[in-house]
Design a protein around this ligand. Structure first.
Ligand SMILES: [Zn+2]
Length: 151
C-alpha cells in the first residue's frame, strides 16, 4: 500500500488511543526509513524515483537491510513485547504490524514483504497496490471513513 494510506488508516484505527500521531508515525515509518533516503537521493539528483538501480552501492545496501528490519513481523513483535515488558501494552504500536500485514497482501511476489525475516523467506504473492483497482477501492474506503471524521 502507498505510504500516505498507511498513515491515514493508522489514524482511523488508533485515533482514540492516547498516542494517535505516534500510531500514524509507526504506520508510515517502515516505508519512510527504508525508502526515504533513496527518495531524497533521487530528488537531489533531479530524478525523483524510488528505483534504486542507479544508486550507489551503500544506499542500495542500506535500503535492502532497512526494508528487511522494518517489514519483519518477527522484529516488530520483538519490539512490541520488549516495550510491553517495560511500559505495559502499547496497542498503538500495532500500527507498525498493520503496515506489514497490509504490505504482505498488497505486494506481488517480485516485491514481496519479508515478514518472517530473519528466520524464514516465506513470500506471499499479493495484489499490486499500485493497480488502478486497488487504489480505487482503497480511496473509496478511506474517503468513506474520513467523511465520518470530517462531519
Ligand atoms: Zn511498506
Amino acid at each position: 500500500m502507498d505510504t500516505p494510506s498507511h498513515g491515514l488508516w493508522s489514524y482511523v484505527l488508533w485515533h482514540a488511543t492516547p498516542f494517535p500521531f505516534l500510531a500514524v508515525f509507526l504506520g508510515i515509518f517502515p516505508d519512510v526509513v527504508a525508502m526515504g533516503p533513496s527518495c531524497v537521493y533521487s530528488a537531489f539528483r533531479g530524478k525523483f524515483s524510488t528505483s534504486c538501480t542507479t544508486h550507489p552501492r551503500w544506499l542500495r545496501t542500506y535500503r535492502t537491510y532497512a526494508f528487511l528490519y522494518t517489514h519483519s513481523l518477527i522484529i516488530g513483535c520483538a519490539v512490541f513485547f520488549v516495550v510491553a515488558i517495560q511500559f505495559g501494552w502499547q496497542w498503538w504500536l500495532l500500527a507498525w504490524h498493520l503496515h506489514i500485514v497490509v504490505d504482505i497482501f498488497s505486494h506481488p511476489k517480485e516485491k514481496a514483504t519479508p515478514f518472517l525475516w530473519p528466520f524464514f523467506g516465506t513470500q506471499v504473492n499479493g495484489v499490486r497496490w499500485w493497480s488502478k483497482k486497488f487504489i480505487g477501492i482503497n480511496a473509496l474506503l478511506l474517503g468513506g471513513v474520513w467523511l465520518r471524521f470530517l462531519r
